[in-house]
Design a binder for this molecule. Structure first.
Ligand SMILES: NC(=O)C1=CN([C@@H]2O[C@H](COP(=O)(O)OP(=O)(O)OC[C@H]3O[C@@H](n4cnc5c(N)ncnc54)[C@H](OP(=O)(O)O)[C@@H]3O)[C@@H](O)[C@H]2O)C=CC1
Ligand SMILES: Nc1nc2c(c(=O)[nH]1)N=C([C@H](O)[C@@H](O)CO)CN2
Length: 238
């Protein structure tokens, strides 16, 4: 049975990977993105819908909902994936603007989008599923990334509130990744430092997240919880 899937932050890396996987298994995908990715042109499917927004804020939610709602009668899966990853600013004057950015993309946008799409996700017989991408650092933060970690922790808490608020017609869970894929700016020394503090010391890639989403989709009794996909890093690092 074809599922309807909405993915935010879909223009690259995990979001794009997930969009490609769901298209490949015959599902319909609405890929929400600020940027029209060149990669989208390589997804040759009538089931693929690029939804361009101007940014991850209230207007962006309105743009996404306006584009999606007329085309669907039910949404099976919403993946709140969009995220910004930066260390804390060195200049305290930048804290307010940076925390606002982190709050908008990690909490405001997922909250508003989930509430706006809830009527299309809600079905007591076949509940829709919301998956929020957080981070193992939401539980035990890196103090150099306090703004990133605290807003990811906020998304973790929102996940459990949504599970309570929308049950039994919507299930809501989070995935807490560990080192999936380093960024180009990561040095070899940084990569080794991370993997040396990870029980399964390898860069996992994005498929383990797709496998976890498939598990949650197939298991009707999972809601209000976080699933760590981290190679054991969360119990290994100090
Ligand atoms: N990669 C990893 O190892 C880990 C990833 N995670 C989490 O998994 C999810 C996917 O990770 P990954 O694919 O690496 O994420 P990326 O850093 O590639 O970002 C994902 C999307 O977020 C949007 N985005 C990124 N930076 C900004 C910005 N400055 N302003 C506005 N939007 C921005 C973009 O969406 P758009 O397409 O609209 O441009 C981008 O495609 C994220 O939630 C991340 O926090 C957690 C732990 C480890
Ligand atoms: N939005 C993002 N969040 C995170 C990323 C990323 O690339 N984008 N990466 C990490 C990890 O530190 C990873 O790069 C190595 O462990 C955390 N969150």
């Amino acid at each position: 049975m074809m599922k309807t899937v909405v993915i935010t932050g879909a223009s690259r890396r995990l979001g794009l990977f997930l969009a490609e996987q769901f298209i490949a298994r015959g599902d319909r995908v609405f890929a929400v993105s600020r940027s029209t990715s060149n990669e989208f042109t390589s997804i040759d499917s009538a089931n693929f819908h690029a939804v361009q927004i101007h940014g991850y804020d209230k207007l962006g939610v309105e743009q996404a909902v306006t584009a999606i709602k007329p085309q669907v009668s039910h949404i099976d899966l919403l993946i709140n994936n969009a995220s910004v990853f930066e260390a804390d600013p060195k200049d305290n004057q930048e804290i307010e603007s940076k925390l606002t950015l982190f709050f908008q993309i990690h909490m405001l946008f997922p909250s508003l989008l989930t509430h706006e799409l809830a009527p299309l996700l809600f079905d007591e017989k076949t509940p829709g599923l919301v998956v929020n991408m957080t981070d193992i650092y939401a539980d035990n933060p890196s103090h150099q990334h306090s703004l990133y970690c605290s807003t990811k922790a906020g998304l973790e808490n929102l996940t459990r509130s949504f599970a309570k608020k929308f049950a039994p017609g919507i299930r809501c869970n989070s995935i807490m990744p560990g080192p999936l894929k380093f960024l180009p700016e990561h040095s070899q020394a940084q990569k080794e430092q991370v993997l040396n503090a990870t029980l399964l010391p390898f860069e996992a890639g994005f498929n383990p997240v797709f496998q976890t989403i498939e598990f949650i989709l197939a298991n009707p009794f999972v809601t209000g919880t976080a699933i760590k996909v981290d190679g054991g890093r969360s119990i290994c690092r100090g």
